[in-house]
Design a protein around this ligand. Structure first.
Ligand SMILES: Cc1cc2nc3c(=O)[nH]c(=O)nc-3n(C[C@H](O)[C@H](O)[C@H](O)COP(=O)(O)OP(=O)(O)OC[C@H]3O[C@@H](n4cnc5c(N)ncnc54)[C@H](O)[C@@H]3O)c2cc1C
Length: 299
């Protein structure tokens, strides 16, 4: 059996992968498939893992696909992975990895659960959040985590408790072959009005300080120890700077923007120019937070 014989209606060839990410730049992938059930996911992984690279896509809000595309298969998790449920007796929130952050935060508001207000401002999915240990305004996704269910590289389904996962700043110990399928969290009870107020404050703060309606991938670089990436970038006078169609945001200099039909090469080169300038001036290494995947386009 090969992918061509898979009878999945969602299977696409030469799919516009890069164009579907938040940046909206970059090349195609060889295969794209939406797995709506655990059975479909397992079958796809079983066939795919031995013949080509596989990338699990969340909302595409933290990735830059290079212009030469991805010579592998991209899998997006569908309907069965979007559940959001509360066990009111045990106060446990169970969330599928394809559930969108905004949907989780709305569900928590409706059910008077606190600690997830910060998700209302992050445009990802729970799977992407856990892989990146996403967070903002003093909260991160691992804070209230109890455990995660994954399919590992040997196609074993495993429930891993939080104590066996290393979470660091914008980083986790999940391997690139682990597929996160669901997670459960402690559901702390609070009052709707308090939760609503926090979500509103976050929304106001974000709109003031981040280019939330631009084509971007969020923070470009992780903050080096004891430094803010945006302050370092400001100091080397890159705020508003352009390269081709790419631009450093005027609102937040750690955000790169696809401002005018940028190629992924424009965006990546602008990032590399920033890294070089910060290194030249401060001898500080800025590490990429954005995940850059795929191949450069051959000229
Ligand atoms: C406007 C904007 C604002 C942002 N603000 C913030 C912020 O405040 N804080 C913050 O931390 N981030 C922020 N981000 C970055 C981004 O939203 C987060 O990193 C988010 O967690 C990525 O989730 P995603 O679903 O889009 O993942 P993707 O970008 O699709 O993927 C990211 C990584 O997660 C992996 N992944 C996704 N799903 C799974 C899964 N089910 N199993 C295994 N691996 C998986 C992918 O393979 C990839 O390695 C922002 C981005 C934008 C565009």
């Amino acid at each position: 059996m090969n992918f061509n014989s898979l009878q999945f209606p969602s299977l696409k060839f030469n799919y516009e992968f890069g164009k579907k990410t938040w940046f909206g730049s970059g090349g195609n992938c060889r295969y794209f498939l939406r797995a709506d059930s655990l059975k479909q996911l397992r079958t796809t992984l079983k066939i795919g893992k031995n013949i080509l690279p596989i990338f699990i896509l969340g909302s595409g809000s933290n990735i830059l696909v290079r212009d030469g595309g991805y010579k592998g298969m991209v899998i997006k998790l569908g309907s069965d992975f979007k559940k959001i449920e509360i066990d009111k007796k045990k106060n446990i929130l169970s969330v599928g990895s394809a559930a969108k952050d905004i949907e989780v935060s709305k569900f928590c508001l409706e059910n008077n659960i606190s600690g997830f207000e910060f998700l209302s401002g992050i445009p990802g999915t729970i799977g992407g959040n856990l892989k990146m240990n996403a967070g903002c305004f003093g909260h991160q996704i691992s804070d209230q985590l109890l455990d995660c269910t994954i399919i590992d590289k040997n196609l074993m389904t495993k429930k891993i408790s939080k104590k066996n996962i290393n979470f660091n700043y914008r980083n986790s110990s999940f391997s690139n072959e682990d597929v996160i399928v669901e997670a459960s969290f402690i559901a702390k009870r609070s009052h709707k009005e308090i939760i609503k107020k926090k979500m509103l404050e976050i929304s106001i703060q974000r709109k003031k300080s981040q280019p939330v309606s631009s084509r971007t991938g969020g923070s470009t670089f992780v903050n080096p120890p004891s430094h803010s990436a945006w302050k370092l970038i400001d100091s080397v006078k890159f705020k508003g700077k352009r390269l081709g169609g790419a631009k450093v945001s005027d609102l937040h200099s750690n955000f790169l923007i696809n401002d005018n039909f940028a190629t992924s090469m424009d965006i990546e080169l602008l990032g590399e120019e920033i890294r070089q300038s910060v290194w030249n001036k401060f001898k500080i290494n800025l590490n990429w937070e954005l995940m850059r995947i795929g191949e450069f386009k051959k000229i």
